[in-house]
Design a protein around this ligand. Structure first.
Ligand code: PLP
Ligand code: COI
Length: 354
């Protein structure tokens, strides 16, 4: 893939690293590539970060044919720039694309594009503990047409955002609202795909949760509203009676890359890991009998996020006294250590940007 590069002539000032927040600041450049039926993916370019011009009739605005990904670049103390399992994001892009009738994007194009744009804006990678460069690749349908059909043209874009903790509380345990009225996704729908519609469907629950002082929503299955699925921006894990338990991939939850990595690590450490159905009743029971030891979420933006409080209808479960548990802490330290280069990368999860 040949990438044309047009550098900015007006570089922006770098932000104060102590107050980055999440997803609010954008770097000097962006990657763009076009797709046209018959021509395939073409015209890869890196250009100054700028607005994009689309017709009001562009299909993405009407029927939501789009997908996105999320990964991060980390700058280690050794000065090296690391990506965490980017080929997994590339593969998941194509799982999303298949479901949304978006043409396949070769895995090597995705990884090459990410490396190239990160390299150009490498100086934007923050270095303070807990910070990183969030990478947001996305694809949008651009045909000017109001009929309901897959578009014949698309844009693949990557933007970069120096970010701190996703939750304002940092590594402090978050409170999570188990939603009993609305659902996010159903099996056979597109819950496993990373596409805007899933997040649009989740906003109403998120607003309810926030109004009640909770950070995020934990969704239940769309049919029986009984089984645990995932949180708005992360997968969920429980430590019950010494075992690590997480909902199985059933088609309505996102196959998280952090989830996959945590399962791998826990198995290596000798924990029994169960991927299975978990009912909310089982959690309430485990909480009552004292066997619900730890709860944590996993995600690129959220990293490892301990859960201190879970609310379901009139029940409020305080987990581990509202404190981060030892297993959550060990997983956090290991995953972030591999990402930052302070823990050995035994599983070849790191791709260097050179
Ligand atoms: N579930 C949802 C709905 C998400 O948005 C995310 C974030 O990407 C995850 C799970 C975690 O996935 P990953 O670990 O690949 O970031
Ligand atoms: C990520 O963790 O990369 C995500 O996509 C979460 C996002 C919805 C903020």
């Amino acid at each position: 893939m040949e990438i044309r590069i047009e550098k900015t002539t007006t570089p922006k000032a770098k932000p104060d690293q102590s107050n980055l927040g999440f997803g609010k600041i954008f770097t000097d450049h962006m990657f763009v590539m076009d797709y046209e039926a018959g021509k395939g993916w073409h015209d890869a370019r890196i250009i100054p970060y700028q607005n994009i011009s689309l017709a009001p009739s562009a299909m993405v605005f009407h029927y939501g044919q789009e997908m996105f990904e999320g990964l991060k670049a980390y700058k280690g103390k050794d000065g090296q720039t690391r990506l965490f399992r980017p080929e997994m994001n590339a593969k998941r892009t194509n799982e999303s694309n298949k479901r949304l009738c978006i043409p396949e994007l070769p895995v090597e194009y995705f990884v090459e594009a990410v490396k190239a744009i990160v390299k150009i804006d490498e100086e934007w990678i923050p270095t303070q503990p807990g910070t990183s460069l969030y990478i947001r690749p996305f694809i949008i349908a651009t045909d000017e047409f109001l009929g309901v059909a897959p578009s014949k043209t698309y844009k693949f874009i990557i933007i970069l955002s120096p970010s701190g903790a996703y939750y304002a509380s940092g590594l402090a345990p978050v409170g999570i609202w188990i939603e009993d009225e609305y659902v996010r996704a159903v099996r056979g729908g597109m819950g496993f795909a990373k596409t805007g519609g899933n997040y649009a469907a989740s906003l109403i629950g998120q607003v309810k949760a926030h109004d009640d002082g909770y950070s995020q929503v934990l969704w239940l299955d769309g049919v029986e509203r009984k089984y645990i699925e995932e949180v708005g921006a992360m997968n969920i894990f429980f430590k019950i009676n010494g075992k690590i338990v997480t909902p199985m991939l059933n088609g309505s939850i996102l196959p998280g890359i952090t989830r996959n990595s945590v399962i791998h690590l826990c198995k290596k450490w000798g924990y029994e890991v169960e991927e299975r159905k978990i009912s909310v009743d089982e959690l309430l029971e485990a909480q009552k009998n004292g066997s619900l030891e730890e709860v944590f979420g996993t995600g690129t933006a959220a990293v490892i996020s301990p859960v201190g409080k879970l609310r379901y209808c009139d029940d409020v479960m305080i987990i581990n006294g509202g404190e981060i548990g030892p297993v959550s802490q060990k997983i956090y330290d290991t995953v972030t250590g591999i990402q930052n280069g302070t823990v050995e990368d035994k599983f070849n999860w790191i791709t260097y940007v050179k």
